[in-house]
Design a protein around this ligand. Structure first.
Ligand SMILES: C[S@@+](CC[C@H](N)C(=O)[O-])C[C@H]1O[C@@H](n2cnc3c(N)ncnc32)[C@H](O)[C@@H]1O
Length: 239
């Protein structure tokens, strides 16, 4: 056999799927120390995803979840990144009071933006403009047919389920919107970040390093976009 030119090894191009959708939101300072007191009781109340969580004290949740237009820039960013157009259908998974749904619909008239959430309180107190477009449902059982959306956003929602639940939710997002989902979840990169995160978090049941999450994404066959909510050690959250 004579000499043969080496066959070049073909590599799949790496498709970067990380995207800081919430980069336009203002950063929040979080009083981590204050949440350490009465942690178990605060967690118990927060898990109800009721009035305490949304509109109670900061120790128990948001400390007031009000519409202030901050989602507008996120909506515009999403519309650009996903190249959405009038007539497209998008879903916000864990939409809370529907603020992102409202700003998506207003930023692109004709966009059919819907939301789902498990919280009766949030859905009942949703902005009246969007109430008709919001439904009660869980992220691990989306009441929609396969391939029924052009984009699906799950922002700080699926990590409220345990790991098998997260996997089911990722499969559901992929099912209704193959390759065009967006998932943002709690993560930590160092032991110190993990400790601060545990002091702060109330409702997360599944959290991991970015590498751990990526493994779960692969296992679930999730091929959409993602970003991490990382609590930084100076008490600041990068959303
Ligand atoms: C941290 S909040 C995020 C709300 C909103 N996506 C945002 O970024 O402002 C988590 C939301 O997930 C909702 N949630 C919790 N478990 C859920 C589930 N199994 N399915 C759908 N939504 C859920 C809560 O009610 C809450 O509205």
């Amino acid at each position: 056999m004579g000499w043969q030119a080496p066959v070049p090894r073909l590599r799949k191009a790496r498709i970067v799927r990380d995207f800081d959708l919430l980069g336009a939101l203002p950063k929040c300072i979080r009083p981590v120390g204050a949440r350490k007191a009465n942690k178990e009781e605060n967690r118990r109340l927060a898990f109800k995803f009721g009035a305490e969580y949304f509109d109670g004290t900061r120790e128990q949740g948001y400390g007031g979840y009000h519409y202030d237009g901050r989602w507008r820039k996120v909506a515009e960013r999403a519309i650009r990144q996903w190249q959405l157009k009038p007539g497209d259908r998008v879903l916000d998974v864990g939409c809370a009071k529907g603020f992102f749904v409202k700003d998506l619909r207003e930023s692109l008239p004709g966009l059919d933006a819907l939301g789902i959430d498990v919280s009766d309180y949030a859905l009942d107190s949703a902005h009246p403009d969007v109430k008709p477009h919001l439904t009660k449902a869980s992220c691990d059982r989306l009441p929609f047919p396969d391939k029924s959306f052009d984009a699906v956003f799950a922002i700080n929602t699926i990590h409220n389920l345990d790991r098998p639940g997260c996997e089911r939710a990722l499969r559901e997002i992929e099912r209704v919107c193959p390759g065009r989902g967006f998932v943002q979840v709690d993560a930590y990169r160092t032991e110190l970040e993990r400790e601060v995160f545990l002091d702060w978090m109330l409702t997360a049941k599944c959290y991991d390093t970015p590498e751990g999450w990526l493994q779960l994404f692969r296992r679930a066959g999730y091929s959409g976009w993602y970003w991490w909510t990382v609590l930084q050690i100076d008490d600041e959250i990068v959303r």
